[in-house]
Design a protein around this ligand. Structure first.
Ligand SMILES: [Zn+2]
Length: 316
């Protein structure tokens, strides 16, 4: 069965028509400037129709924020005003005119890697995305972990530090993202006096990675790699995954994955050193589109089969 996956971001919206495990067609636009629910939902519906998807093709939409346990309402979308508590799934379904599901974008990313990427065929895996923010999702026993309130899998907010203040919308201290999100790392580089080679520019992580052997820069990456390795080791102890998949921009540095992998075993208990595996994301920015489309397909199949619906993104 075909399905459409839509990735709603703060700056752009991407919609892809997924057929036989590949994105066959896609449209991409800047996110409607007001970011208000009405205009953005109308934009998504128009893009889905542009793909030629009729009411017989289900649509999955992933949003850059929380959804409640029923997968009906938005909980909190960072930088989108007025979405809190709205029945977004129903509003999208009415606008699009066909079966629709919503999911948090990091969870959709994780499911996408299971449907068509690095975790294909696996029942237990963790996806960790290292970008401006740190996100991720956990599939355990073949199911996406959603928790009692729909909020499970906030991997960027596990506590690896002490007093580092997390961003607006969180405000917790000591969180992973407040230490190793790209914004946090750039702030740290400035505090360590590590400017860009071109003095008029801010520190740039790609530039700093290229200079990682420089004795002034090495401690910066020692901190970052060790912190990320501690985070991964903690996740491995809690979830015992077959695989940890790393997404996001940081991993693209040449040799980054090898250096990171080498750091992890010392933080692991002995049996976990033998089972721990990490790998780069295969689908990259397409992962949420595959995940959202797969969820939509699963919902449509359940509806067709007339079964009771289960919230929380069961894998098809
Ligand atoms: Zn936080």
């Amino acid at each position: 069965m075909n399905a459409v996956g839509v990735d709603l971001g703060g700056h752009k919206v991407v919609a892809g028509f997924v057929e036989n495990g590949a994105v066959r067609a896609r449209v991409e636009e800047s996110t409607e400037a007001s970011r208000e629910p009405g205009p953005v939902i109308a934009q998504i519906a128009r893009m889905v129709h542009e793909l030629g998807a009729g009411s017989q093709v289900p649509t999955g939409v992933c949003i850059p924020g929380g959804v409640d346990a029923s997968r009906e309402n938005a909980l909190m979308i960072t930088n989108f005003m007025g979405w809190n508590g709205l029945p977004i799934r129903r509003m999208l379904e009415e606008a699009i005119g066909g079966c629709t599901v919503i999911e948090n974008d990091a969870n959709a990313y994780a499911l996408g890697e299971g449907f068509a990427g690095a975790a294909r065929g696996m029942n237990d895996y963790v996806v960790l995305t290292l970008g401006t923010g740190i996100g991720g999702g956990i599939v355990s026993g073949g199911r996406l972990l959603t928790g009692a309130h729909g909020m499970a899998g906030e991997l960027g907010h596990i506590v690896l530090g002490c007093e580092e203040l997390c961003g607006p919308g969180c405000r917790g201290v000591g969180h992973f993202e407040a230490m190793c999100g790209a914004d946090a790392l750039e702030r740290r580089a400035r505090e360590m006096g590590l400017g860009h080679r071109a003095p008029e520019r801010h520190p740039d992580l790609r530039d700093l990675w290229a200079r990682r052997a420089d004795p002034a820069v090495a401690p910066f990456w020692d901190f970052a790699l060790s912190t990320i390795a501690r985070g991964i080791a903690s996740l491995v102890h809690v979830f015992d995954p077959e695989l940890v998949i790393i997404g996001g921009g940081l991993r693209r540095g040449e040799g980054f994955m090898e250096l990171l992998e080498a750091r992890i075993p010392r933080y692991l208990g002995e049996p976990f050193r033998r089972t721990m595996q990490i790998r780069s994301s295969l689908l990259d920015t397409d992962a949420p589109i595959f995940g959202a489309a797969g969820l939509a397909r699963a919902r449509m199949e359940r509806q067709t089969a007339g079964q009771m619906e289960q919230p929380g993104g069961e894998r098809p």
